[in-house]
Design a binder for this molecule. Structure first.
Ligand code: NAP
Length: 465
């Protein structure tokens, strides 16, 4: 009876995990997806508690309390910090898998019959992937959070890739030896753990902060594979299924992000992207043209087609509601307004979609980069709100630029560009943007929320405009 309750719970939870991922495909069903994921996890936990062999209520109550104490504050982080929060969650996932592997290894020493070649290989895989995900994810979170003692820029040294591969090779070699003689060579096991922990750190330090989201997604995939291995170690089908879903979705997301930046995996992992660039001296003498909210409102009012390009600055300023009001003011006048969505605008995949959906901008006005770019030459005004790297034309032609090859939104091809930001400071990639010095570009300096509010004020009170 207990067997069927547990297996039934795992079956329902697995189906809900699959549906949850499926519903994540569309903003309209994304909330349902979150609900399904939470329900699936609850069913999985309750189902597991039915297992009489593993329950020690004291330990479980303690673990649940610690989980709540850590998890609840993690849910309070602002939207802009979600990438590093996600990395911290992966770190916990990796640590849990690694620790379960350690516990099983030493428990099995008393019953050496359990060390079959397959199970021991799974255990070693679980431990290596789990611990490297743990330290790698903590490093990635630290880089994104701009923790002082973790350098944001790639740290490189001679023979770095070779020494990293050698370290991983050592961990794998010790693992193979353990599969061969798990009891006699048990002293090698702590070395596997130490090598994996060190590899996680060394894997991340040569990667620049700008590539962290892709790396976090890849680490997600490692955590998933570690869970699959743990499923084989513990003979738990749900862990195998959920881990496989996690592993494959993380990998697919990393591939999508690499494509959006026109980069290969190898370039992300070994390219040391984001190293300090030597600036051309000539750039410092250039000046950008300014515009006032009054002037900008007049320009917008005379346009027939406007494209708004939101970026990280809109998220920082929390300007999405004001942007909605601006959208209303313009559409009221019969002006066609669209939003150009770059796949890596902001700091996490879908960042702009989430913010604009929160402000109830109709989904059909959110246009993907590849679809909006052909319309740019016919666009009267492009309004860039706190975006920088995703509209930097250097990505198209400057081979020395760290963002060279990244597809961009062609804001420079519109008839006029109005750009809102607080200063001439660079964006995430740390480089100057030639769009802001172009003939047809006018800067509206200030906080995005304040400037867009000013524009709305001008337009709503604007009988005289
Ligand atoms: P960005 O290049 O980081 O530029 C954002 C701009 O917003 C800055 O230049 C900043 O200039 C301005 N800004 C900041 N706060 C503002 C405020 N309160 N009001 C007005 N402007 C403000 O952003 P992006 O164009 O969205 O490009 C995203 C970058 O992040 C890409 O390099 C991408 O690869 C990387 N990235 C993406 C993800 C992802 O998954 N989406 C994750 C991590 C990193 P001022 O300081 O002068 O105001």
């Amino acid at each position: 009876m207990t067997f069927w309750v547990i297996e039934g719970a795992y079956l329902v939870a697995s189906a809900l995990f699959v549906m949850s991922l499926y519903w994540m495909n569309d903003p309209k069903t994304a909330r349902r997806a979150v609900g399904a994921g939470v329900l699936a996890m609850a069913i999985a936990i309750v189902g597991t508690l039915f297992n009489p062999g593993i329950v020690n209520w004291g330990w479980i109550a303690g673990a649940v309390a610690v989980g709540f104490l850590l998890g609840v504050p993690l849910s309070w982080v602002p939207l802009t910090a979600v990438p590093q929060r996600t990395a911290v969650s992966h770190a916990f996932g990796g640590l849990a898998a690694g620790l379960v592997g350690v516990a099983e290894f030493y428990l099995w020493q008393a019953e050496p019959g359990r060390f079959t070649a397959f199970r021991t290989s799974a255990l070693v895989t679980e431990v290596i992937l789990g611990f490297l995900t743990f330290t790698g994810s903590l490093m990635a979170a630290g880089k994104l959070q701009e923790v002082k003692w973790i350098p944001q820029r790639p740290v490189t040294y001679p023979f770095q890739n070779q020494s990293n591969v050698a370290l991983l090779g050592l961990a794998v070699a010790c693992g193979v030896a353990l599969v061969w003689k798990p009891v006699e060579l048990a002293t090698l096991f702590p070395l596997v753990v130490v090598f994996a922990l060190a590899f996680g750190i060394l894997l991340i330090i040569p990667i620049g902060g700008a590539d962290m989201p892709t790396v976090i997604s890849l680490l997600n995939s490692y955590a998933g594979l570690s869970a699959v291995a743990m499923g084989f170690v513990l003979d738990n089908k749900l862990l195998v299924i959920a881990g496989a879903l996690d592993g494959s979705s993380g990998l697919i997301l990393s591939i999508i992000m690499c494509r959006a930046m026109n980069r290969s995996f190898a370039n992300v992992l070994f390219g040391a992207f984001g190293q300090v660039q030597q600036k051309a001296g000539a750039a410092e003498t250039r000046t950008a043209k300014r515009e006032t909210p009054e002037g900008a409102a007049q320009v917008l009012e005379m346009a027939s087609r406007v494209v708004i390009v939101p970026g990280y600055g809109m998220a920082v300023a929390q300007a999405q509601q004001r942007v909605r009001e601006l959208y209303d003011e313009l559409t009221k006048r019969g002006i066609e307004v669209k939003f150009a969505i770059h796949p890596v605008a902001g700091r996490m995949p879908g960042h702009m979609n989430v913010l604009l959906a929160e402000a109830d901008i109709p989904y059909d006005k959110l246009v993907e980069m590849d679809d909006i770019n052909p319309e740019m030459p016919q666009t009267d005004v492009v309004l860039v709100i706190g975006a920088n790297d995703v509209v930097n034309p250097a990505a198209r032609h400057d081979k020395s630029s760290p963002i060279f090859g990244m597809p961009i939104i062609d804001a420079d091809k519109a008839r006029m560009c109005l750009a809102i930001k607080r200063s001439m400071n660079p964006g995430f990639a740390g480089i100057e943007n030639e769009l802001y010095f172009a003939d047809r570009t006018y800067m509206l300096f200030g906080d995005a929320k304040a400037v867009v509010s000013d524009l709305v004020k001008q337009l709503s009170g604007g009988s005289g405009l």
